[in-house]
Design a protein around this ligand. Structure first.
Ligand SMILES: [Zn+2]
Length: 272
């Protein structure tokens, strides 16, 4: 980061001080933040606060969120880029300008032409949705299910799609990669795991990770990110190479935090 960017960042911080008491409540209540060191928690607090200034949050009309609830949501976004510089973390939000929270999982009627020109129609139920240049849509029900160490996190899932869109517009499971990661290594590692998952399903066996990952390479990447941050032991156990690659990509190792978290505090706490 150039000195002027650092200067801009520091000026922003001076003008927008983090509400410390609210932030203390957030990290005491959000299991996913357990095991972070004091300096990392402080960094995450400032960045979460910044996320709330960068992104517009649209809530259902009847819903009133405390400042803690806002920060809990933002903290799960900021956690993903915690291993990156302030500048890279801001840049990782990409074209995202808005988060829309809807009450429950939403259904939509989809019409899709297949390769043979046959029209398929189906109802699709989703916990969240992300499109290029568009807002991130999250269901409240699924936000409330996120934040623990159980491998599900709709916030991380949808923002992983936004990362996927960095570098090029394609949503193909390959985000813009830092210079220290060879794109071929990325491709090979993800393809091996993808093939293994497809084989497991073809044999009729129950896969170790959510089988939704098998629907598209972009979903595979997003689901792997969910496990990376919220069930790193499971992901590392199934695909150690892929886990190690994500450690290099994200510049952090959630398994180190996970080991410090006592079993009883790995459960979710609903948003206030
Ligand atoms: Zn998805």
């Amino acid at each position: 980061m150039g000195w002027w960017q650092e200067h801009k960042w520091q000026r922003w911080q001076a003008r927008h001080p983090l509400p410390d008491a609210a932030w203390r409540n957030v990290h005491a209540n959000l299991p996913l933040l357990a095991g972070l060191s004091e300096p990392m928690l402080a960094r995450l607090g400032v960045r979460s606060w910044r996320v709330l200034f960068e992104l517009r949050l649209s809530l259902p009309r009847e819903l009133e969120w405390s400042i803690e609830a806002h920060l809990e949501l933002a903290a799960q976004i900021a956690l993903m880029s915690l291993g990156w510089s302030d500048h890279q973390a801001l840049a990782s939000l990409g074209d995202t300008r808005e988060i829309i929270v809807v009450p429950g999982a939403f259904r939509r009627h989809v019409q899709e032409l297949d390769d043979f020109g046959v029209m398929h129609e189906f109802d699709d139920e989703r916990a969240g949705e992300t499109s290029w240049g568009g807002p991130v849509v999250l269901s409240l029900e699924d936000i409330e299910r996120s934040g623990d160490w159980h491998g599900f996190n709709v916030i991380i899932h949808e923002f992983a799609h936004k990362l996927d869109m960095t570098g090029n517009m394609a949503v193909d499971g390959q985000p813009a990669l830092p210079a220290h990661i060879d794109p071929k290594t990325w491709y090979d590692t993800f393809m091996r795991a993808w093939d293994a998952l497809q084989d497991t399903l073809e044999r009729g066996e129950v896969p170790a990770i959510d089988e939704y990952a098998a629907t598209h390479p972009s979903e595979f990447f997003a689901v792997c990110c969910e496990y990376f941050f919220s069930a790193p032991d499971l992901l590392e156990g199934v695909w150690p190479d892929l886990y190690a690659l994500l450690v290099r990509y994200f510049g952090q190792n959630p398994l180190e935090r996970h080991r410090l978290v006592p079993e009883h505090s790995r459960v979710t706490t609903p948003l206030g």
